[in-house]
Design a protein around this ligand. Sequence first.
Ligand SMILES: [Zn+2]
Length: 124
Amino acid sequence: MLEEHEWKELSPLLTDAIRQIKSYREEHGASIAEAHAKDFGQSALAKYFELTGFRETNPNALWHHRASLLGAPCTTCGKPLRTSRARFCAECGAPRSNSAPHPEPLKQRSLSQPSSRRPGGRER
Ligand SMILES: [Zn+2]
């Protein structure tokens, strides 16, 4: 998982790769798969390796390595949602209870009122 300051180094490269993929697709009428086969995003992967020592091969997967990207804890099972935009909990399938763009308030409330969450509910 990348901390926020690491993410700031990586995300411009990722955004760049997406821009390249987009324009490649527009120019060549290529599918997403075809565009990805062109190895865009190598600089982002290199940066990720530099930051973490881990060789990720799929640039898209990098989006999921941002620590703060995890969403609010699921109100049903307490596991963090996979992304801040997740509409369903990947763990229990419960729909996200509120669509607030920023999940933080919920997190803070659970600190002072831990009764709804079990201690082992969070994985690292
Ligand atoms: Zn859940």
